[in-house]
Write a protein that binds this ligand. Structure first.
Ligand SMILES: Nc1nc2c(ncn2[C@@H]2O[C@H](COP(=O)(O)OP(=O)(O)O)[C@@H](O)[C@H]2O)c(=O)[nH]1
Ligand SMILES: [Mg+2]
Length: 208
């Protein structure tokens, strides 16, 4: 059983992405639905089966059972979140998706919070699940895209911003895997294939 976690600040879009990607619920329907935000550390677990296309020499598609855990934490709780729940969430994890709202990236205080959160995730990953892969999703690109939006420029800006923060504040030099996503009409196909590529590539690596 593989374990995937979706982690990040509340309202980043984790639940929506889960339903869009794993449950095939139309994005328009998801974006219309206003669910009350959950308060406090929320840890939900879902079980899925992931399938691969038939390979030449094999007769049936490969199936990989995996567990998806969704974790929300707000600022104050991150500090408190140090013992049992941290272990429960990270132990045995194969893939970590860190999801944040790009609409917050322009605000220096929120940007710092996001970078701190990533640092916390990296630190916890290193202690509890050092071989887990980390993928950062800079989500809700539609909020910042504008008319001449350039996904790659945004991706570079976010990647460099996080790396610079980790270097300056934490003396950490690290390569990061950042993808820009959105469920807006014009980006949802890109988002779906980005997530599919990240998951299939890493599942294949994990299966050896
Ligand atoms: N503009 C925009 N809003 C989104 C997108 N994805 C999700 N949302 C909205 O963001 C809000 C929070 O989403 P949710 O999945 O509940 O966040 P979670 O707390 O991380 O699970 C909801 O109102 C969603 O409709 C997106 O790509 N663009
Ligand atoms: Mg949620």
């Amino acid at each position: 059983m593989k374990k995937v976690i979706f982690i990040g600040p509340p309202a980043a879009g984790k639940t929506t992405l889960r339903r869009f990607f794993f449950e095939g619920i139309p994005a328009d329907l998801l974006m219309k639905r206003q669910e009350p935000p959950s308060i406090g550390l929320k840890h939900e677990v879902f079980e899925y089966l992931f399938m691969y296309p038939v390979e030449k020499k094999k007769h049936s598609p490969e199936k990989v059972p995996f567990k998806l855990a969704l974790v929300d934490t707000s600022g104050q709780e991150m500090e408190k979140w140090v013992t049992t729940q941290r272990k429960e969430v990270f132990s045995g994890t194969d893939i970590v998706f860190f999801i944040f709202d790009l609409g917050e990236w322009g605000d220096p205080a929120r940007r710092q919070f996001i970078c701190d959160y990533i640092w916390f995730v990296l630190k916890t990953r290193n202690e509890i699940a050092p071989s887990a892969l980390l993928f950062i999703l800079a989500h809700k690109y539609d909020k910042v895209a504008g008319k001449k939006g350039d996904v790659n420029a945004t991706r570079r800006d976010v990647t460099e911003g996080i790396k610079e923060y980790l270097f300056k504040k934490k003396e950490l030099v690290i390569e990061l895997n950042v993808s820009v996503t959105s469920l807006h009409k014009s980006f949802r196909n890109h988002t779906f294939s980005t997530m599919l590529d990240l998951i299939t590539d890493s599942m294949q690596d994990l299966m050896g």
